[in-house]
Design a protein around this ligand. Structure first.
Ligand code: 5GP
Length: 196
C-alpha cells in the first residue's frame, strides 16, 4: 500500500484524545484527514453517519469481517464492534492526505504493526482513573453501567501505554495540544523510505 502517513491516537475513553484529534485536524499545515470508523453501536447525541462513524448493523459488520474488508477491527465492548475499513484509508490517501485515527489501544497497535514506519502511535494518558470517571460523568452521554464498563477497561488499556511511540500526559490540555502538534509535525516531515 502506498500513500501518506498514518497517525494513531489511542487512549482510554474520556482521556481527551478526541479533543486532541479535533485540534490537530484544524491545523491545515498537517494535511490530516480523519479516518471514519465503522461501528455497530448506535449514534450518541448528535453524531452523524459518515461524519463521526459509519453506523452499520451487526450483521453487516460481520459480513465485512468475513469479506476481509477491515484493516483492523475490535469488539471494543460486548456486541459493540468498531473497525477501520481498508477503503477508508485508500480514500484518504487518494486525496493526498495523511490519515489520523481515534481508535482503541488494540486497534492502534495493530495498525502500528502493519505499517511500522508510516505510523506514529501516540497514547494519551489521563491524569488518573478517578479523573477519568469524573470526565465521563460530566459528559453525561452514557449510563452509569456503561461508564463503569469503560472505567474497568481503562485500567487494562493504561498497561499498554509503553508499547506506543509516545505517551502524552493530558494533565493540562494546552500543553498536550502543543505536544501533539509537534509530534505529528515531525512525523509527517520524515521520509518513509520503505513501501509497506
Ligand atoms: P466510542 O463508543 O466512545 O465512540 O468509542 C469507543 C472506543 O472505540 C474508543 O476507544 C474509540 O477510540 C474506539 N474506536 C473507534 N473506532 C475504532 C476503530 O475503527 N477500531 C478500533 N479498534 N477501535 C475504535
Amino acid at each position: 500500500m502506498k500513500g501518506g502517513k498514518l497517525i494513531v491516537f489511542s487512549a482510554p475513553s474520556g482521556s481527551g484524545k478526541t479533543t486532541i484529534v479535533r485540534h490537530l485536524l484544524r491545523q491545515e499545515n498537517l494535511n490530516l484527514e480523519f479516518s471514519i470508523s465503522a461501528t455497530s453501536r448506535t449514534p450518541r447525541g448528535d453524531e452523524k453517519h459518515g461524519e463521526d462513524y459509519y453506523f452499520i448493523d451487526l450483521k453487516d459488520f460481520k459480513q465485512h469481517i468475513k469479506n476481509n474488508d477491515f484493516l483492523e477491527w475490535e469488539e471494543v465492548y460486548r456486541d459493540n464492534f468498531y473497525g477501520t475499513l481498508k477503503e477508508e484509508v485508500e480514500r484518504i490517501w487518494a486525496l493526498g492526505k495523511n490519515v489520523i485515527f481515534d481508535i482503541d489501544v488494540v486497534g492502534g497497535l495493530r495498525i502500528k504493526k502493519k505499517f511500522p514506519n508510516k505510523t506514529l502511535a501516540v497514547f494519551v494518558k489521563p491524569p488518573s482513573v478517578d479523573e477519568l470517571k469524573i470526565r465521563l460523568k460530566k459528559r453525561k452521554t452514557e449510563s452509569d453501567e456503561k461508564i463503569n464498563m469503560r472505567i474497568a477497561k481503562a485500567s487494562v488499556e493504561m498497561a499498554t501505554a509503553p508499547q506506543f511511540d509516545f505517551i502524552i500526559e493530558n494533565d493540562t490540555l494546552e500543553v498536550a495540544l502543543k505536544e501533539a502538534e509537534a509530534l505529528v509535525s515531525t512525523h509527517i516531515q520524515k521520509s518513509s523510505s520503505e513501501e509497506e
